[in-house]
Each structure stands twice: as C-alpha cells, then as structure tokens.
Design a binder for this molecule. Structure first.
Ligand code: BGC
Length: 488
C-alpha cells in the first residue's frame, strides 16, 4: 500500500482505524542516540532510607501538601530506590542507547560534607546495571532536590553554595567518573531560580522576587563553571568525559503584527539568553540588553543592580564552560511588551514582557502544554546562528496526558518533534541525541501524579510498582529497531 499508512489496533471492545495519505518515512541518522530521562525526587522514593537526609522537596511536600494538586509527595513514587532494575529492564525492552537520571544530593551527602556510603552504593548499582546492558548513563547532578541542610544556609542565594556544589561534584567524579562520561550540572536554572527563590511556589519555598531569582542564577552559573574547571583540571585526563547544562528553552513568536522582528530577537535574548549567554556566547556575561535594563533600574530605584554584576574575570571564567548544551523543550509562546509595569519587581516585570499562547495551537490534556513543534525547529536554528552551532543534546521533550496506555497523542507529539530535530540536524545543527521525558509516569512537582508524561505507566497503588509499556514505548522500540518511523 504505497503512500498509505494504516494502523488497525484491536482491543476487546474497540477497533481504531487510522489512515493517512502521503506518509513520509523519517530515518534516524547513524550515531544519533535515543534515550529517556527521569529525575531522582520524581521517581526514587526511599526518602528517608539508608542515611538519606531530607531535601527541600521532602520538607515542602510534608509541610505543605495543599500546595500539591493531589496532596501527594515523592516519599515512595515509582520506588526506583528498590526497583531500579525494573527501570533498566524497561530501558532495555525499548532498546534505548542512553538513560538520563539525576543524583539525589541528600542521598549521597549529609550536612553538606558527610558522605553516605549507602547512597553511593545505590548509584553504583544503577550505573553498573546500565553499563551491563549497554545503556550509556547521562547524569544530572542537580534536578532541584537541594538538601534541606544547604537550604537552611540559604541555598543558592548564599555564595557558599558554590563550595558545597564543588565538593559534591568532586565526590561524584571520584566515585562514578570511571563509568559516567556525560555529566549535566544543572537542570533548568530559569525555572528553578524563578520558581523557588522568586515566586516561592515550590521546593525551597522562598519568596524573594526581584532579587532571589537573580542571586540564585548568579551562584548557579559560578557553581557550574567551577565544576567544569574542576573536571577539566583534575579528572578529564583520566576520565575523558563531557560536561553540559540542561536549559529549558522556547521559541517566541510575535503576539500580533505590531511586534517587530527586532523585538522578538531581544525577547529571546532576555529569556533564553539569561543562562545561554554567559556560557555559550563569544563574549560571555549576561545578555547586554538584560544588563542595560538593570543599570537603568538601579538608577531609578536609587540602589545597586539587582542582577549581580559580572566582572570581566568572572565572565571569562564562565564563558565556554560546556561541551554541549542540553535543550529541554516542551512548547513555545507569544510575546508582547508588558503594559502594566507598576507591579513589584520580578523577572517578567523586570524584562517588561508578557507571554501568552496562540489558541490555535493544539493543546495536550495538561493545560500548560501547547503543541508547537515548529518552535523547536526555530529554536534550534536560532541557537545554531546565534551561538556558533554548539553541540546539542535534547535532554527533555515530552507530552502530558491522563495516563492512557494507548497514548497515540504522545506518539504524534514525539514524531513531530523528532522530525523537526532531524530537519534542523540536516541543516547543520549539531544535535547528537534525543531523550524523551519521561521513562516513567512520576511525581510531577506541583501537580503531583495528576498528569502523566511517562512512556511506561507505573502501578502506583501496588507495592511492586509494576511498569507497563504504553504504546509510545512500543513506538520507540520499533523506531530503534528499524532506524526509522513513518509520519503523516
Ligand atoms: C522538568 C521535569 C518535569 C517536566 C514536565 C521539566 O521542566 O525538568 O522535571 O517533570 O518539565 O513537567
């Protein structure tokens, strides 16, 4: 049946027939890796076992269950602490090349400097199991679950955090660096710093908008750079790995025809540029336009710049400290100037932008997720042209629904996104891998378990937490086996 792609799925009562004219075959290039992502607090459970101390998400969910949509927490979650072998089995079932997971800082180190052997043992077991099954570990050092002890010292608004993070990273390199060759220092600094130190709506639960988010960002960038230099100076010769950072990025489109191309470009710099520019730009430092805003504001406010000043020396120290850029992409937005600027300062007020969505964009079952694959394509081309074509790993991309096993909408979303990634790759964007978020249905932060992004469902009510492959897991299995997929 040339050009016609027909899928007939039978279940006990339902028969779906899906026909599409003019399908295209998308081939996965050789050496392009495909994997899946998770994070420690969202799947591990074992919150107080074997010497693990509390992190901010333990404290936050225990003290404020009302802040989580279904009043749940990650105390047990998918219980990967006990069932990590099931996770590796799931990865193996699909045939994934890579597994991105994060390390729970408070599982491996207590009170900032006391190493917990049992915690190290857990990750050694997981890493060994992955290697045994020829799955490459991609390890995130920090995916938001800061040890409460360090939060009590101020967390990322205290410059001391840079020392603790370096100490932690050193422990990770010493214990796992012989087998882990891809390291990600931080997951999504923008979301973390705004959500946890500006708006104070999660984890750290600190509400200091207009100052907290910028201090957090500054110390996070310094921590990232210190760890990059530590690795290159002390470990690289022996371990030969790579270090990157995962950034949540989006493309922006003009809200209406009055918005100029230059305005959109400037908006991209002010948003995506906050963390890209210091690390990946030729000259380093915060985006010029962002600095200008804060110079002006400091004069108006009669005080110092709320965005910390980056000395030339610091710019140099941070500039170029990534072997690759991790891109987390879910959706895009429309942008326009903010008209009401008299609210108290916080990131979007400071940068003077209002974001919205195009109601014509298809929507997922989760309200925040509009489906805009063309935004990922435009973003990748923008990065290629603006930042001298860095090496890119797509470290997250995924679709939220209500947990259906026959998750056809997820498959459609994934196909559309992989297709644009490969299109960008064919236009010279240096993209080397794609990791879907997520391997498992998991604890989705403030919305708890009320949305599902996994390609495996987890039986949360059973003590054995059985993992069941959804249609999308089977889609990935076929894609990896055949090296291609068909798309309408
Ligand atoms: C985060 C994940 C989260 C996902 C879906 C990303 O921003 O890194 O931890 O589960 O979004 O909400």
């Amino acid at each position: 049946m040339h050009g016609i792609f027909t899928t007939i799925l039978m279940s006990a009562f339902v028969k779906f027939t899906y026909t599409c004219e003019n399908s295209t075959v998308i081939e996965i290039p050789e050496n392009f890796k495909i994997g899946a992502s998770t994070s420690s607090y969202q799947i591990e459970g074992g919150w107080n076992l074997d010497g693990k101390t509390e992190n901010v998400w333990d404290t936050f969910t225990h003290n404020h269950p009302e802040k989580i949509e279904d009043h749940s927490n990650g105390d047990v979650a998918a219980d990967s602490y006990h069932f990590y072998k099931k996770d590796v089995e799931a990865l193996k079932y699909v045939g994934f090349n890579q597994y991105r997971f994060s390390i729970s800082w408070s599982r491996v180190i207590a009170n900032g400097t006391i190493i917990n052997k049992k915690g190290i043992e857990y990750y050694n077991n997981l890493i060994n199991e992955l290697i045994l099954n020829r799955i490459e570990p991609v390890v995130t050092m920090f995916h938001w679950d800061l040890p409460q002890y360090l939060q009590n010292l101020g967390g990322f608004v205290n410059p001391l955090i840079t020392k603790y993070f370096e100490f932690y990273a050193n422990v990770l390199f010493e214990n796992f660096g012989d087998r882990v060759k891809i390291w990600i220092t931080f997951n999504e600094p923008t979301l973390y710093c705004i959500g946890e130190y500006g708006e104070g709506r999660s984890g750290s639960y600190i509400k200091a908008p207009g100052v907290g988010e910028y201090l957090c960002g500054h110390h996070l960038l310094i921590s990232h750079a210190n760890v990059y230099h530590l690795y290159k100076n002390k470990f690289y010769d022996k371990q030969k790995g790579e270090i990157g950072i995962s950034l949540k990025l989006q493309y922006l489109y003009p809200k209406d025809e009055t918005i100029t191309k230059e305005f959109v470009e400037r908006s991209l710099d002010l948003t995506n540029g906050w963390f890209i520019n210091p690390i990946f730009s030729k000259n380093g430092g915060y985006p010029e336009e962002l600095v200008k805003i804060f110079v002006k504001k400091s004069i108006e406010e009669g005080t110092w710049s709320r965005l910390p000043i980056m000395s030339d020396e610091l710019k140099k120290r941070i500039q170029g400290t990534a072997d690759f850029m991790g891109v987390n992409y879910y959706s895009s937005e429309l942008v326009e100037p903010k008209t009401q600027l008299d609210d108290s300062p916080q990131f979007d007020i400071d940068i003077g932008l209002t974001f919205s969505v195009d109601e014509r964009w298809p929507k997922s079952d989760s309200l925040w997720l509009y489906i805009v694959p063309e935004g990922l394509y435009d973003l990748l081309i923008w990065i290629r042209d603006r930042y001298k074509n860095p090496k890119i790993m797509i470290t997250e991309n995924g679709y939220a629904d209500n947990g259906e096993i026959n998750d056809f909408e997820r498959i459609k979303y994934i196909k559309q996104h992989i297709a644009v990634i490969l299109k960008a790759k064919s236009e010279n964007c240096n993209i080397v891998s794609y990791m879907v978020w997520s391997l498992l249905d998991n604890f989705e932060w403030n919305i708890g378990y009320s949305a599902a992004l996994g390609i495996f469902s987890v039986n949360m009510s059973s003590p054995l937490k059985e993992r069941t492959p959804k249609r999308s897991a089977k889609f990935f299995k076929n894609l990896i086996t055949n090296g291609k997929f068909e798309m309408c």
